[in-house]
Write a protein that binds this ligand. Structure first.
Ligand code: ADP
Length: 377
């Protein structure tokens, strides 16, 4: 059965370069009007998937479909050429033609239109990206952000079925990037173009995407809404990918694992396996003095360090006499002096708990939160 709402569907795609399996049995789909991000560390196969979808890379195994039908099939070697697939491309370096004006660049893919219609479409799409005043300018005279907008306009001009963006903001400096990605999101949503965007930046993916496919070593490890991946990661890898985490390990005993915040339930984990407890710095809350808290777990610690991160502060707190240490993202007002006592609250539902797959330890070595590391990026 074909699904008439999808704009692009990749089924069981695998791709090797020599002995290297760069993409391993990946399936994904993008619905009409959807913005989907392929997210993952460098080298996990994201760009290869994008190039296979575009037809720039010959599909080896699996099948690629667009709304109009199959565009590539590894079983019979079918491969519709890139220019006939109805895809628009934007790359990291924007790849504008230096010898053509902005209008010339945008008109490039519109050769099939009569001149009057072509000019109209160029003006329309340049207005969409707010570059109407620069039609006669040449790429070298434009800022990075303006070049990015022209690249987007050029890709959108022929009204592609699917837009493919490969790290489209990584060539821009940090301040500009935030603004440009917000502008780009609005342009894409207004145009309603189904989009597949490759990025290694989790914040960017969460900001832009309706859905994310998170990849590791050629495979999709989880897909879903940004909120779903952030709040309900299926593995420690997924949890680590989005933020640095407070982390402990300990054996599962009677369906619970010991932590500095008391025993936490470990649904789905068998007794005896080693559990990994991951807690996001923003899941820990500083309890103001006098607050009567009943639900959840509260522990006392010593405030060791405060780092300012704009609207929030990153606290380092030591529990007990000599550890473990916690990292806490704190946005409230109340804070004791450095070296003073601080109460920390955890809602047990915010503890992310996974099996480590490690050897079953002797229960004599049962850890009760003696060690803690802040791991991840
Ligand atoms: P990503 O976009 O996630 O950084 P890529 O799809 O570019 O990953 O690459 C996946 C893996 O395939 C990497 O190990 C990369 O070095 C390798 N690779 C990519 N393109 C080629 C190529 N043309 N020839 C050989 N190896 C390649």
């Amino acid at each position: 059965m074909t699904d008439p709402t999808f704009a692009l569907e990749l089924k069981n795609i695998s791709h090797t370069y020599g002995d290297l399996r760069a993409v391993d049995n990946v399936s994904l789909h993008i619905d009409a009007g959807e913005l989907v991000c392929l997210l993952g560390p460098s080298g996990c196969g994201k760009s290869t998937i994008l190039r296979v979808a575009a037809g720039l890379e010959q599909l080896q195994r699996g099948q690629a479909k667009m709304a109009g039908g199959v565009v590539a099939d590894g079983a019979n070697g079918l491969s519709v050429p890139p220019e006939q697939r109805g895809v628009g491309l934007v790359f990291q370096d924007f790849a504008l033609f230096p010898h053509l004006s902005v209008a010339g660049n945008v008109a490039f893919g519109l050769g099939h239109l009569p001149p009057a219609a072509r000019s109209l479409r160029v003006a329309e799409v340049l207005a969409q990206v707010d570059m109407g005043d620069y039609a006669a300018a040449y790429p070298h005279a434009l800022s990075g952000g303006q070049q990015q907008r022209v690249a987007l306009a050029r890709a959108l001009a022929p009204k592609p079925e699917v837009l493919l963006l490969d790290e489209p903001f990584s060539g821009l400096d940090a301040r500009l990037r935030e603004q440009i990605r917000e502008d780009t999101l609005h342009v894409l949503k207004r145009s309603g173009t189904a989009t597949l965007m490759v990025t290694h930046d989790p914040e960017e993916a969460m900001f832009m995407a309706d859905r994310i496919y998170l990849m590791d070593a050629g495979r999709v490890v989880q897909s879903g809404s940004p909120d779903m991946l952030y709040r309900r990661p299926v593995s420690a890898f997924v949890a680590h990918f989005f933020t640095a985490l407070n982390e402990w390990r300990g054996p599962v005993v009677d369906a619970h694992v010991a932590s500095p915040f008391g025993r936490l339930p470990t649904p789905g984990l068998a007794d005896g396996v080693v559990a990994q407890i991951l807690i996001r710095p923003e899941s820990l809350r500083v309890v103001p003095p006098g607050e009567s808290t009943s639900a959840g777990q509260i522990v006392a610690g010593r405030l060791d360090e405060i780092r300012f991160l704009g609207s929030v502060r990153l606290l380092t707190v030591t529990l007990g006499a000599e550890g473990p240490q916690l990292r806490i993202r704190h946005s409230g007002r109340f804070l004791p002096e450095i070296g003073g006592q601080i109460l920390i609250h955890l809602d047990p539902l915010d503890a992310l708990i996974f099996a480590t797959g490690d050897e079953v330890p002797s229960l004599h070595h049962r850890e009760s939160g003696k060690s803690s590391v802040l791991s991840g990026s």
